[in-house]
Design a protein around this ligand. Structure first.
Ligand code: FMN
Length: 249
């Protein structure tokens, strides 16, 4: 049988070599897009505890690395708001906004472009109604996206190829790229970088959950259009890149 030979993937790798790229919008001196999506005055905001005051035990880094594994079965124990805040902080926390302008966060990002918005499917977190939220990282608050629709856990489970641990997770993280943040600086090559950025974010989540007696499982098997529709993303500039479930051991 003929061995599979990529066309799209190989073309993408070739087309995004420096020798094949034109000037980026940054080089053309076009205006830089906003660093993140700010909450609107009409949004319902949930304030989060200060990351410096969280009640989270310290753990040994090597132990966290050694014990990390993908966990797909969780107990019904809820996450506390401190624990959720800790996970948001360790995956996207903004330590500083510098004058370039750029955000400096707890994770690296090519050119410090930080293209992600973090959406949460909240199933079982103390003090939060089940539903969909977005982490506004600069303001360090949660924005309610949808806490009214029925069957959200089932809809996101179906959107993730029917993988049942989405529905049984305490919370599922969904990272969506705002592609132009990275594209503005890197053009087509930026599409490599935003997927590399996502790996750093999710690895921090895998390690951070070890401190709160929880487990995580990264998910790339999802129906892009279905998740984008659920999050009201256009699927062109704003689109889901990576998903990760979290629940207590
Ligand atoms: C990019 C990526 C996508 C993944 N997608 C899924 C997925 O859709 N469903 C799933 O059950 N596991 C998924 N995983 C988890 C892998 O199956 C898991 O990391 C692998 O089996 C190794 O197991 P370990 O993480 O316990 O070491 C994904 C992992 C990565 C890094």
């Amino acid at each position: 049988m003929q061995r599979f030979r990529s066309v799209i993937g190989r073309n993408f790798m070739e087309a995004t070599k420096y020798k094949n790229l034109g000037d980026s919008d940054q080089v053309k001196e076009l205006p830089q897009p906003p660093l993140a999506k700010a909450p609107l005055p009409t949004d319902t905001i949930i304030t989060l505890p200060d990351p410096d005051t969280l009640d989270i035990p310290n753990i040994d880094l090597l132990k966290a690395i050694n014990e990390r594994k993908s966990m797909r079965k969780y107990t019904h124990t809820p996450l506390t708001l401190d624990e959720l805040t800790f996970l948001l902080w360790t995956t996207q926390g903004v330590k500083q906004v510098i004058s370039r302008p750029a955000t400096v966060r707890t994770v690296p990002s090519a050119g410090s472009r930080h293209p992600f918005e973090t959406y949460l499917l909240v199933n079982n977190v103390q003090g939060l109604k089940p539903g969909v939220y977005r982490y506004a990282a600069i303001e360090h608050v949660l924005v309610e996206v949808d806490t009214e629709s029925d069957g959200l856990a089932d809809k996101f489970t179906a959107a993730c190829y029917g993988q049942p641990f989405v529905g049984s997770s305490a919370v599922t993280f969904i990272w969506a790229a705002d592609a132009y943040r990275t594209e503005w600086r890197y053009g087509e090559r930026g599409y490599r970088y935003m997927h590399l950025d996502a790996g750093h974010v999710c690895q921090n989540l895998y390690l951070a959950v070890e401190a709160i007696d929880a487990g995580a499982c990264g998910i790339a098997a999802f129906y892009d259009d279905t998740i984008n529709d659920l999050l009201k993303l256009d699927g062109i500039n704003d689109f889901v890149v990576y998903v990760c479930t979290v629940g207590k051991k």
